[in-house]
Design a protein. Structure first.
Length: 125
């Protein structure tokens, strides 16, 4: 399936912008733990850690405003999927350490601007 973005498919475009977001987080002092974590419950784009907090981050890209702000694309349904996947990851890796966690959304815009919303939403189990 082609997305029409330079002939690349959507998965490749997503991976490219997830890499941009990972580099951004690293530049902000985060340690990236995993990319594209998948479980039966869903997927989390990036899992990072900073100051003892596990961060489950959803990455959204929009070339322009025709389809709205990328941050608006993380609706309640998407929040539930991310929450379920994060719970699976936390149970598998985080719980033994008793670490705090949060859900962030990173929007990447066609002009290269990055907006990072910390604590963008609460757990939606």
């Amino acid at each position: 399936m082609r997305s029409g973005v330079g002939g690349l498919n959507r998965r490749q475009v997503g991976a490219d912008y997830e890499a941009v977001a990972a580099d951004y987080l690293i530049g902000q002092g985060y340690k990236v733990l995993e990319r594209n974590y998948r479980s039966r419950a869903g997927e989390v784009d990036l899992i990072a850690e900073k100051d003892g907090v596990i961060v489950y981050a959803e990455i959204k890209f929009r070339r322009d405003g025709r389809f709205g702000d990328p941050l608006e694309a993380v609706d309640l349904r998407k929040q539930r999927r991310i929450s379920r996947a994060a719970a699976a990851h936390y149970e598998q890796w985080g719980a033994p350490y008793g670490k705090a966690c949060r859900f962030d959304v990173i929007g990447i815009y066609g002009d290269g601007t990055i907006r990072h919303i910390e604590n963008a939403f609460d757990y939606r189990g």
